[in-house]
Write a protein that binds this ligand. Sequence first.
Ligand code: ADP
Ligand code: MG
Length: 467
Amino acid sequence: MVIESIWQDFLSLVAQEAGSRVVETWLKAIVPVEWDARRAIMFVRAPNSFVQDWVISHYTQLFDKHLARLLGVSSITVTFVATNAVQVVGESLNLPGQVVVDLAEKSSATTCIAARREQTAITPSTRVAGVNGLYLFDTFVVGPSNQLSCAAARAVTEKPGLIYNPLFIYGGPGLGKTHLLHAIGNEIKRQHRRLDVLYQTADRFVNEFIQMIRCDRVHAFRQKYCRIDVLLIDDIQFIANKDQTQEAFFHIFNALYDASKQIVFSSDVYPGALNGIADRLKSRLEWGLVTDISHPTLEEKIAIIRRKMTAMSASLDDEVVYELARQASTSIRELEGSLVRLLAFASLTDHPVGVDLVQRVLARPAVPATVKRASYDDVLHAVSKHCGYSVAQLRSRSRNHDLVRARQLAMFLMKRLTGQSLRDVGEFLRRDHTAVLHALEKVDHLLKADESFAALARTIESAVQSK
Ligand code: ADP
Ligand code: MG
């Protein structure tokens, strides 16, 4: 049996089920080593313990589900064999800035940190400057849009300066970069109390530098930054076109980096796309690991709204949460703003929070006026025709995999094209509203992950609309 080809089949199945991002980010980093058919053990190797732990805690059920079937056994044990080299995730993922550290180098780096800690012990200075204690990993909702950035941020807190250095997180506005930087600061403060942590936005860094030039204190400025153990620089793009500040920063970067001190940057674009930053500094920004945060999926937006509601001790109907997530912009900052406005509006007017209120607060019509509202029957018939199941099958209880998909697509399109409530759509298909909600989340995910499914959905939608 050729395990490589089985492994490839396994990866394709996982990509279909969990999305190609999971495969590209995590599972491609795992290498199958040996298949022990007698004991049903698959030996695999991960590039480092961080990837290994992540895969074990998140994807074990995928091994059970697909790999066992492909290998023709009822259940399987996956055992990770030790690696003799420690390398970052980027190596196997072809991310920019890949680094391979062998164990000898790693131990010297460890020594370097230890020596530094001794120094700090002589002159104790437990300082965490600029870090907002409210932004924690605990309050950060993790999903496909941010999981790599969040995992890398967590890894940095475990071994500051040793794994991903620098860590560069980029993404659009309001997607959680600042939150993650503060979370790193707070977590390092908790785990490594002796380390000096400084959070600084790049524009404050620029202003501080200019001030220091005026007072002729550039040397003191550099010294201040070179003493830091963990430097968190937010919105590094603001250093663009500030040549003198960049020059100073370049030296600070080198000093910190050479001493294995952790540096984390955030930016609105990836390093290569930063304009007005000197090439030598730009290249350093991508020396470590570069990760992005993309727009949240519908499921993530729903999870974030639920988390924020719990924090505010507020409660809203699933239906309202869904509408808010669906209609709000992709920025989580704006999503939070809309939620707060919605709750405030409701409490001020004593108006029960319904879907109509979401629309008023967001000031957007639910279904564009030009779109003719379809009927449930129109949708069901179109789905029936294009997916090859009868309307009765779509309304049945059968759990056949493809039929379930078709039914979920029907729910999605019924909700979208008729503008009716979750409960109403559910009743028509003899389901409760949570089943509809689940279907909407699933379809939303598939539309992004599976192009042929998305094409099918578009075809059916236009068929319904052209009726
Ligand atoms: P950015 O720095 O990328 O512009 P922020 O970190 O300031 O975005 O995030 C904007 C708001 O959204 C903050 O209040 C933050 O707490 C919240 N937020 C962003 N991402 C998440 C998330 N994944 N889970 C919970 N809250 C989040
Ligand atoms: Mg920010």
